[in-house]
Write a protein that binds this ligand. Structure first.
Ligand code: FES
Length: 82
């Protein structure tokens, strides 16, 4: 199981965390990965200047703009599922 936490703090919210959450949910649904990927909202992850902050498995924090969601998923998440 991969856990993805998206910061919904104010800086990240302004940079589009809502769209990042929505797009991630869409991708997970289309790929039928509901049992393998969990998507959660998080409070400020302390990296406001690099928003939208996205933490994977309680570990690395990535900076993901709404336009980069697909690429982020392909590169960072699919590799963890293989
Ligand atoms: S508001 Fe998202 S990292 Fe601070």
């Amino acid at each position: 199981m991969v856990t993805i936490e998206i910061c919904v703090g104010s800086a990240c919210h302004l940079k589009g965390s809502y769209h990042v959450v929505n797009r991630l949910q869409e991708i997970v649904k289309v790929k039928s990965l509901e049992n393998e990927v969990e998507i959660k909202a998080a409070f400020c992850l302390g990296r406001c200047t690099e928003s939208v902050s996205v933490r994977v498995n309680d570990n690395k924090i990535h900076s993901v703009s709404p336009e980069q969601v697909d690429e982020f998923f392909e590169k960072e998440i699919l590799s963890l599922l293989r």
